[in-house]
Design a protein around this ligand. Sequence first.
Ligand code: FES
Length: 165
Amino acid sequence: MADLEAPSAEEATRRKFLAGLIGVVAGLVSTIVALPAIGYLVSPGLKRSGEEKWINLGPLSSVVPGVPTPFRWSRRVEDGWVKTTQSGTAYAVQLEGQELKVLSDVCTHLGCRVTWDQDRQLFVCPCHDGFFAIDGRVTFGPPPKPLINLPYRIENGQIQIRLEA
Ligand code: FES
């Protein structure tokens, strides 16, 4: 006949301790197994890339002195899980006796795209009648600042720009 006596207090304590120890070990093993998977899932959300790359615009030789020369550009941007394509136009401006400028086409008022109007000799923003001179200065309208001078470099005769995030 089996002994059905209740466990002694010492044995009950030992059982509780062992049950707790097993729980702790199981939790540790689960965490160790799950960490790589958690890292894989979370890490793209924490990193940003593509911000420091130079974007090729086109040959310096195609810039017409005294006339803003438009270059279309596009780039892929990864921001965590979000992958997008950005595009725009940069205007290379070579004025007599001055260094080359590369101007953004983004209006400094509310971000509409400006275009060069050869007849008026102005950059025109269609949204709120903002106007900029050939060197990017505001000549009329609500824009609070000149057009942005983009950082650029010349590599093998090609104009390259660097855009922020
Ligand atoms: S966005 Fe260009 S003038 Fe308003």
